[in-house]
Design a protein around this ligand. Structure first.
Ligand code: NAP
Length: 367
């Protein structure tokens, strides 16, 4: 692409607002259009963010708005139709996590994007946070020797989630409808980050549950939970690492995360609020962890104040992929691997059996 500026159209006015702010902060992008179903809400968001064109039909936005790329920020089961509409018009696509509601949809999207030659990227800002990038390098440099065991805990403030007033009124369907996917899908970033850090998965045993059967929405309505709000998984990676994951509701007032990795020469711990984790290290001879300062090189250059570093890095990679022809990572290929892992966890719960991932794109150890 020859142009020096990328024009973005956003579908979704919930988290889509954060996406718009990140692209507006980038010197090489302009957000020219936004789409939501509710015309008043969409107009209000567009006015607040000074986005010139508004739509309530994404087909119309994609075919008429002055845009080069589409950011898909709708609930997961709407990702596929929006992405397919965008790709069929030759627009580049940056999609929120998870790529889709099923492996079948994710594969169809990946295949269509690859065949068409557009740039396809995943907005997975948790894998590009400075602390995560630093952790990945430390693992690869052998800072803890051979990583053999890990535990990840994600404590979700489901009460705050339900009572959140900034999201779309339809957001509760993620939990009230069995097809909504619950937190197994909604926290697609957890599984993506695990595959990013530890490489392809070999097999998984998982269980999904509803821990909090009723919830109160922001308007005071009581609803029943019909999709999983908790998941436990035991994943074996081709690298030889075993990972136990607990994803469960807890009243911390925000999501909290804890990822502890043990190696034969030390341990690493990434913990704290999901949006601002702290990285710690202990050698085998240390009694306690010590906090690491994340080197400046992991911060994106030219990061505007108040903008999330991980999200800015993804936006920047997307811009460079479209305008400068650089490779995009993470892409829909990465997302398909994540979707396979998510589906294998669900299938393990349904069947009560361990699921092998070796027949799909997880086959074989990392090259
Ligand atoms: N990376 C992160 O940290 C992060 C955080 C939160 C969410 N997300 C991701 O962002 C995506 C959206 O989540 P959210 O929290 O923003 O959900 P949300 O609050 O439910 O908002 C969804 C938006 O999509 C719009 N929408 C739904 N169906 C549509 C359709 N058929 N045509 C046009 N617009 C449609 C809704 O419009 P109406 O409001 O008019 O119904 C709403 O604006 C999900 O993929 C989620 O996983 C990522």
């Amino acid at each position: 692409m020859q142009a020096s500026e990328l024009r973005i159209g956003i579908v979704g006015t919930g988290f889509g607002q954060q996406t718009a702010r990140v692209f507006q902060a980038h010197p090489r992008t302009r957000v020219t259009a936004i789409c939501g179903r509710d015309p008043d809400r969409t107009a209000a968001v567009a006015a607040e963010l000074a986005i010139p064109y508004t739509f309530t039909d994404y087909h119309e936005m994609i075919s008429t708005a002055p845009i080069d790329a589409v950011a898909v920020v709708t609930p997961p089961h709407i990702h596929r139709p929006v992405a397919e509409a965008a790709i069929s018009r030759g627009k580049h696509v940056l999609c929120q996590k998870p790529l889709a509601e099923s492996v079948e949809s994710a594969r169809a999207m990946r295949d269509m994007a690859t065949t068409s030659g557009i740039v396809h990227g995943m907005d997975q800002q948790f894998r590009t946070m400075p602390a995560t990038l630093c952790l990945k390098d430390l693992l690869e440099e052998g800072a803890i020797g051979r990583p053999h065991s890990a535990v990840e805990q994600i404590h979700i403030d489901v009460w705050g989630y339900y009572a959140y007033r900034g999201g779309s009124p339809s957001k509760s369907a993620w939990f009230t409808e069995p097809t909504g996917g619950g937190f197994l899908l909604a926290l697609g970033w957890v599984w993506d980050r695990q595959l990013f850090l530890f490489g392809p998965a070999r097999s998984v045993t998982g269980s999904t549950r509803i821990a909090i059967p009723e919830a109160t929405l922001a308007d005071g309505t009581r609803v029943r939970t019909n999709a999983p709000d908790s998941t436990h998984a035991h994943v074996e990676f081709w690298s030889g690492l075993t990972l136990i994951t607990q994803l469960a509701p807890a009243r911390w007032g925000q999501h909290r995360t804890r990822l502890e990795i043990l190696g034969d020469e030390g341990a690493l711990l990434l913990s704290g609020p999901a949006s601002a984790p702290v990285l710690q290290y202990a050698a085998v001879t240390d009694a306690n962890y010590r906090t690491l300062t994340i080197p400046e090189r992991y911060q994106p250059s030219d990061l505007p104040p108040g903008v999330d570093a991980g999200a800015f890095t993804i936006a920047d990679r997307f811009v460079r992929a479209v305008i400068d022809g650089e490779p995009m990572s993470p892409s829909f290929d990465d997302a398909l691997r994540t979707q396979e892992l998510i589906q294998a966890i669900a299938r393990s719960d349904e069947t009560g059996t361990r699921q092998e991932l070796s027949s799909g794109i997880h086959a074989g150890p990392p090259s």
